[in-house]
Design a protein around this ligand. Structure first.
Ligand SMILES: [Zn+2]
Length: 373
């Protein structure tokens, strides 16, 4: 059964890591994929409980590094650590070349309102080298979330950078605060994170990028920082909308016009269509259908048009007015309630080639190459 849509949600039958039963229903709708993730979840929960049980340090050193992205989740957790837990975090912001401007504005608000130490970190050329390799490397076809490899690799890269910093500063925990819905299936175990990246880009490149500190981080005899995913651990209690309302009331947060402000948006979608014939957010879209937020038929229709638009923009060096009109109509379909969101998405998709050039990726030579697995 190929290229059918799940009868309950709208995931395609060829979606990576998803199985279909004889009734045409996907393994997520049947609740099977959650079980695959439970060992992951137990590991994450154990580390989170350990972190909570440790009292604030008395030696004046930081209790944890908090990865401050400027999104609602990291800002909210920073506030919690200081006011509820009485701990001393070091806020750490990794700036990558495709960051949204909104995130920086939010970080300024937080730094003005709270008395916390904060460092910015960037490694522009290394980051680009890694991401170039991720986009152009062979990937495994059958793995759950394989279509999200660029995003996962990017977040793992930032986590490892923070862990190396924590190791040097003798800080025992690194907090990574993304929305649990986006983090399901991600690893917080440093060894597994390195394995994941090694599988895609190879150890040689990882050592070139991180150097000796990576070997120290992997040294079994050395105590290493632990990565904590607090919102994944608190999965059932997570409520993104309430977090936004509270932070806005305190003047700590402004919503961006679009959920993801990352300018790799169009490129990650092109990657997922090319390699896996699905949208980057196909799992999230299917989940919205399952919850009744999106009517199934409409989601399928929008998905088809969105795919066309991405492939048209990717295939042309000159975008003509007709293509732009089509793209605008698709962005409007995806964001029927918000013109600014539609416009923002339009601009992100139109800049696909420019963004690919920044990563020195030739769109014409990107192919759907998989590892023989
Ligand atoms: Zn389904």
């Amino acid at each position: 059964m190929n290229n059918q849509y799940c009868k309950k949600c709208m995931l395609k039958s060829n979606h990576p890591g998803i199985r279909y039963d004889n009734d045409g229903v996907c393994s997520i709708c049947r609740g099977h994929n959650e079980k695959d993730m439970s060992s992951n979840y137990n590991y994450i929960l154990n580390d989170y409980m350990e972190y909570n049980a440790v009292p604030p340090r008395k030696d004046g050193n930081y209790d944890c590094i908090l990865m401050l992205s400027g999104g609602k989740d990291s800002i909210n957790m920073l506030k919690k650590i200081v006011t509820e837990q009485g701990k001393k975090p070091l806020a750490y912001t990794y700036i990558h070349p495709f960051e949204s401007e909104n995130a920086e504005k939010n970080i300024d608000k937080v730094l003005n309102a709270m008395d916390i130490d904060h460092v910015y970190f960037t490694s522009y050329k290394k980051y680009k080298k890694l991401m170039n390799r991720v986009f152009t490397s062979k990937t495994r076809k059958d793995k759950y979330q394989a279509e999200k490899a660029p995003c996962i690799a990017c977040s793992y890269y930032m986590m490892l950078s923070a862990c190396i910093f924590a190791l040097r500063m003798n800080i025992p925990y690194v907090m990574y605060c993304a929305d649990p819905n986006q983090m399901l299936g991600s690893d917080s175990d440093i060894t597994k994170i390195v394995d994941y990246l090694e599988n895609i880009v190879g150890m040689e490149l990882l050592l070139e990028i991180f150097g000796e500190p990576l070997s120290e981080l992997l040294n079994k005899n050395r105590a290493k920082p632990k990565i904590i995913f607090p919102y994944v651990a608190m999965f059932g209690k997570y409520d993104g909308d309430t977090i936004i309302t509270e932070l806005k009331a305190e003047g700590l947060y402004e919503t961006s016009p679009i959920e993801t402000g990352c300018s790799l948006y169009a490129l990650v979608n092109y990657y997922s269509y090319l390699k896996y014939d699905c949208a980057h957010f196909a799992l999230e879209n299917a989940s919205a259908v399952r919850k009744g937020i999106w009517p199934r038929e409409m989601a399928i229709e929008v998905e088809k048009k969105f795919k066309d638009a991405i492939l048209i923009i990717a295939s042309k060096t000159e975008i003509n007015e007709r293509d732009k009109e089509y793209l605008a109509s698709v962005c409007h379909m995806v964001n029927p309630d918000s013109k600014p969101k539609a416009q923002y998405m339009f601009n992100l998709i139109l800049s696909l080639r420019e963004v690919a050039n920044k990563l020195e990726i030739d769109l014409n030579s990107l192919t759907a190459n998989y590892d023989a697995e």
